[in-house]
Ligand binder design. Structure first.
Ligand code: CFM
Length: 537
């Protein structure tokens, strides 16, 4: 049985009226015969509902700052916030100088009750001293967790004093978990400070090689960034910096020297992309290195931008040789996957990006969504001016980049830019809805109740999301693959990544495990009941 408005309403009817009214705005069935389908996104999850979202601290320290390998990232707060985030995101890094790679460390001020009562500033200053003594890093970040904001520790003052004492940059991030409705607020806070205090502080005026690019919104989960870099370097691009997977403080300082910024994850880093254009005149191009077709299209769009004969020829040569190598293997896996169906629910960009790979494998995506994306990630960037700023988004300190008089340089003429914009997504992102088939479901901040309900109706063959729901889904007899951590596998980006993904999910489909699981609805009477304002009836 497929999904239709009536069936969707039946699911929603199980909610109390207030909850139903709220959740209805976060779900729609794609229809291309209507011009716009608005979704509510980036608003608070209803208390008590089991969401997959994380917090602002997770988005700031965990997502954007954490992967920068040559800075020490100190978490100011109780040990749980640091320890629980320790290496769980699989943002890999390697360094030519092993003494400047701190990715494997978890550094926390381990706040105790007495610190909450009497303040944690002294302890934080002491931890910075210790870090300098043990690691001697080039720079340090301080990330605040909830109690820090609640007791009013002045991390900025501690950072300033430490900079004077140690002579290295100490950046303070006021990213207390409650600063936003999800990790999305933390991305924004991290973007602002990196732009204000790090990017453009390098001494280079020009990149040392031709075709210099920054790769933004690529976090090297399971080695994705390495695979993308391998391809770009083979073609002849010079990767100035990656933000921030396997990223380096030293490289990010010189990000202003790039001539094009590539944006893989729009949600987490579109702020920096926009600000780089304002400040240095560098346009950004939306790319998607997930999927073979996505990778090829991204490479061809880059070639169109640089408009260089040799680069274009090399792009085509690399595409041809990669295809010849991987297609026969990919096609083998396709035989296993073809005709299957998927749910694809991930953070703020993968819920869209991985639909490419599914469709290349002959798998139809029936339902997709994001945990914490904004309306533009669903509906396209043209809706940005219509998004209302609410009290929660006002929590994020405002920062506006201004033109750098010395370093601003138009990379292509305004006429050429307009011409290119008609052909390639320069400064443009169409969002998830654009690529989805009519009749498919788009859900924002999917919760556990809806997860189970949609599974019962649509019975997908594979569900890609995260650790919080993985085992619930598997117990329902459905192949479940984590698309946050890749379940200890990867890379899944680029040409090699597409093959690896195909191999991994084919193994999942071919596993005899599923024969031993009976989904609950097959042999157990399901409890009939409803939840009302007063409780369970
Ligand atoms: Fe961007 Fe990400 Fe994602 Fe994200 Fe994330 Fe992640 Fe993600 Mo998990 S930065 S929005 S905050 S692509 S950690 S590497 S997988 S939710 S879809």
């Amino acid at each position: 049985m497929g999904m239709n408005e009536a069936k969707l309403q039946e699911i929603l009817d199980q909610y109390p009226p207030k909850v139903q009214k709220n959740r209805k705005k976060h779900i729609f069935i794609k229809r291309s015969d209507v011009e716009s389908q608005q979704i509510e996104a980036n608003t608070r999850t209803i208390p008590g509902i089991i969401t997959n979202r994380g917090c602002a601290y997770a988005g700031c320290k965990g997502v954007v700052l954490g992967p920068i390998k040559d800075m020490v990232h100190i978490v100011h707060g109780p040990i749980g916030c640091g320890y629980y985030a320790w290496n769980t995101r699989r943002n890999k890094a390697k360094s030519d100088d092993p003494k400047q790679n701190f990715i494997n460390y978890c550094i926390s001020t381990d706040m105790q009750e007495s610190d909450i009562v009497f303040g944690g500033e002294k302890k934080l200053a002491k931890v910075i001293d210790e870090v300098m003594e043990i690691f001697n890093p080039k720079a340090i970040t301080l990330s605040a967790t909830c109690p820090v904001g609640l007791i009013g520790d002045d991390m900025g003052a501690v950072a300033k004093a430490a900079e004077a004492k140690h002579g290295v940059q100490v950046l303070s991030f006021s990213c207390e978990g409650y600063k936003g409705v999800s990790q999305s607020a933390g991305h924004h806070i991290a973007n602002n400070i990196l732009m204000e205090k790090v990017i453009g502080t390098g001494e280079q005026e020009e990149a040392p090689a031709k075709f210099p690019i920054n790769l933004l919104g690529e976090y090297n989960i399971g080695g994705d960034g390495w695979e993308v870099e391998r391809i770009l370097k083979e073609i002849g691009y010079h990767v100035v910096s990656v933000m921030t997977g396997d990223g380096s403080y030293e490289a990010i300082k010189n990000a202003h020297t790039a001539e094009l910024n590539l944006v893989q994850c729009h949600r987490s880093i579109n702020y920096i992309a926009e600000m780089l254009e304002t400040k240095y005149g560098t346009p950004w191009l939306k790319v998607n290195f997930i999927g073979i077709e996505g990778t090829i299209e991204s490479l061809r769009n880059m070639a169109l931008y640089f408009d260089d004969k040799e680069l274009t020829l090399k792009t085509e040569a690399v595409i041809a040789s990669e295809l010849a190598r991987i297609e026969p293997i990919f096609d083998q896996y396709k035989k296993i996957c073809e005709g299957k169906t998927a749910f694809c629910f991930v953070g703020g960009s993968r819920g869209h990006h991985f639909q490419n790979l599914f469709s290349e494998l002959g798998i139809e995506t029936l339902l997709a969504g994001y945990e914490f994306a904004h309306r533009d990630d669903y509906e396209g960037r043209e809706v940005i001016p219509t998004i209302k700023t609410d009290a929660d988004s006002k929590n994020i300190p405002h920062y506006t980049a201004e033109v750098d008089e010395k370093r601003f340089r138009l990379k292509v003429s305004p006429e050429k830019l307009e011409e290119l914009k008609a052909k390639i997504p320069l400064g443009q992102y169409n969002g998830m809805r654009f690529d989805m088939k009519d009749g498919s479901i788009i859900v924002d901040d999917l919760n556990h109740f809806e997860t189970e309900e949609f599974i019962k109706v649509l019975k997908p063959d594979i569900f890609t999301s995260g650790i919080k729901d993985k085992y619930v889904i598997q117990k329902m007899g459905i192949n479940s693959k984590q698309l946050h951590s890749y379940d200890y596998s990867g890379p899944y980006a680029g040409f090699n990544g597409a093959v690896k993904f195909a191999e991994d999910i084919s193994m999942g489909f071919a596993s005899p495990t599923w024969n031993f699981i009976t989904p609950p609805w097959k042999n157990q009477p399901l409890l009939e009941g409803s939840v009302t304002e007063e409780g369970v009836a």
